[in-house]
Design a protein around this ligand. Structure first.
Ligand SMILES: Cc1cc2nc3c(=O)[nH]c(=O)nc-3n(C[C@H](O)[C@H](O)[C@H](O)COP(=O)(O)OP(=O)(O)OC[C@H]3O[C@@H](n4cnc5c(N)ncnc54)[C@H](O)[C@@H]3O)c2cc1C
Length: 339
């Protein structure tokens, strides 16, 4: 019965819908160790396709798994619903505003390619990942990605200004910073979007909830954390905390791993390119503990990035043709027995 329904859905899409074993097997995993056969794999060609997929999932009580490059390490794009791959057709950079320093993109834009586009304008998108030459902006938002330069540029969340997205009933919403008045206006009405705002207002206005959230969430000083939905950040905004920043659901969407809304457009803050002159210091340590302690010292010198390359990664270079030429550096490490 489901097969007939999928066939019917396929016939209405501009893009592709696959439910053969080969395609489902290809999409049964990401860069993690997890594996689960999806019901189907969709490659939507239009926003209308995404809306149709959402309505199908709603009617047939299955889930959608938005996917970009699939480089997640914890099974974020693995599941038994329909994997929706937006890496093929949603790859446009839609608008750049140099004066206000923002760029609007579709989710399938690769992070490094965005920066190649921005370079002639003297701008770039700061947050990075080790996979930046393939990781896409949709996935970076989903995982709230950041990398070795997070000490300066922080994470994707801090640069996410606005998103356009589909909600679970197929309706469309724009999430962005709202003044207090705008926030309360958003709570008016009976649309799903309005109900999301109403529920949030009710839950976060409750003093006991606020206290519990403040008590239970990890310290804010720990920047690189992605432990569930960032409701602790919403509590600190103007509707709930006097003098707080404007309310913006983007804080919650960043790091929500595709579970809250299906993003179709993403507006990002961009920053001036860093100076060309940079220095690199490679320090060798005898233990991880020693290196972590040294990092605390390095942080006192306003460094722009800090990265640990551990014994396992050095070992992986042994049989890697590309990295063979760099191994002289490792051999120079006193006491390193990697060969
Ligand atoms: C070797 C290696 C090193 C890595 N190093 C880092 C690192 O330094 N820092 C880091 O943060 N991560 C790292 N990662 C993890 C991963 O590469 C990054 O998090 C990356 O940004 C994910 O991007 P992606 O395009 O592959 O996303 P995907 O894996 O395709 O998706 C990531 C999440 O985003 C959601 N998503 C994607 N598109 C949409 C959409 N349109 N709407 C709603 N949700 C969407 C997905 O559902 C999923 O939950 C590493 C991974 C590997 C394999």
């Amino acid at each position: 019965m489901m097969k007939a329904a999928l066939q019917q859905l396929a016939s209405t899409l501009d893009g592709e819908l696959h439910f053969d074993t080969a395609m489902r097997t290809l999409y049964a995993t990401d860069a993690s160790a997890y594996r689960e056969m999806p019901l189907a794999v969709a490659i939507p060609a239009s926003e209308n396709d995404i809306r149709k997929l959402i309505l199908f999932a709603h009617t047939h009580k299955t889930s959608l798994i938005p996917r970009t490059a699939g480089t997640s390490l914890a099974g974020q794009v693995v599941g038994n619903g329909i994997v929706v791959d937006v890496s093929r057709k949603f790859t446009s950079i839609l608008e750049l505003n140099e004066k206000e320093k923002w760029v609007r993109v579709q989710p399938g834009v690769i992070r490094d390619e965005l920066n190649q586009f921005l370079k002639p304008h003297g701008l770039f998108f700061g947050p990075e990942t080790s996979t930046a030459n393939r990781a896409m902006i949709g996935g970076m938002v989903g995982n709230n990605s950041c990398g070795s330069n997070s000490v300066v540029y922080r994470s994707t969340r801090e640069h996410l200004l606005e998103v356009r997205a589909f909600l679970s009933d197929g309706s469309e919403a724009i999430f962005k910073a709202l003044t207090l008045d705008e926030f309360h206006q958003k709570c008016e009405g009976d649309s799903l979007e309005a109900r999301v705002y109403q529920t949030t207002r009710k839950l976060l206005s409750n003093y006991e909830n606020q206290e519990e959230i403040r008590k239970q969430f990890p310290k804010k000083t720990v920047e690189r954390r992605n432990t569930g939905y960032a409701v602790d950040l919403l509590v600190e905004t103007a509707p709930f905390t006097a003098g707080g920043e404007d309310f913006n659901f983007c804080s919650l969407i960043a790091g929500s791993e595709g579970t809250l809304a299906f993003l179709t457009e993403i507006k990002l803050n961009v920053v001036p390119l860093p100076p060309k002159e940079t220095g690199l210091l490679c320090i060798h340590f005898n233990s991880i503990d020693e290196s972590l302690r040294a990092n605390l010292i390095a942080l006192q010198f306003n460094i722009s990035a800090s990265e640990l390359i551990d014994h396992y990664i050095l070992e992986c270079t042994k049989n890697n043709i590309e990295q063979q030429k760099n191994r002289f550096l490792f051999r120079a490490i006193q006491g390193y027995s990697g060969g």
